[in-house]
Design a protein. Structure first.
Length: 144
């Protein structure tokens, strides 16, 4: 009985920590995107812009834009893999994340394409891109 109660408490605590980490990650991402767009004339943020960007101060910390983008896109990639393998409900994920997935891809597609080529990682974030292309409307497809 005590074990069951402890497991339930541990599970709730884990989810609360995970949720606050997720919220922090996306807040960092918003701030990084805002800083990069303010320093760039490009509609899509390319590799030179992202890699050359100065760290962004968030609270007491400074974060490298490329690190923040990688963290968010790793999350998107893991989610896309979960959808592909039917471990996650696609309709639920789509209703929750579709717009963000597509807009974030549009902003950083040039950066990711350049990283694929430069780092010789042709499959970098490929499941995420595939999901974006599947979810995009006809109008959005023309912008990808």
């Amino acid at each position: 009985m005590a074990s069951t109660i402890w497991n339930g408490l541990y599970d709730r605590r884990f989810h609360l920590v995970w949720n606050s980490d997720l919220i922090q990650m996306f807040e960092e991402f918003r701030r990084v995107r805002r800083a990069l767009k303010a320093s760039s004339d490009n509609r899509s943020l390319d590799a030179d812009t992202v890699e050359a960007a100065k760290p962004v101060k968030i609270g007491e910390r400074k974060v490298r834009p490329a690190d923040v983008i990688k963290k968010v896109f790793n999350y998107y990639e893991a989610t896309a893999i979960g959808v592909k393998r039917h471990a996650l409900d696609e309709q639920m994920i789509k209703s929750w994340w579709r717009k963000s997935y597509i807009l974030d891809w549009m902003d950083f597609a040039e950066y990711i394409r350049a990283k694929r080529k430069r780092d010789r990682l042709p499959r970098l974030f490929i499941e995420y891109e595939s999901l974006v292309r599947r979810w995009a409307t006809e109008e959005e497809q023309g912008l990808l």
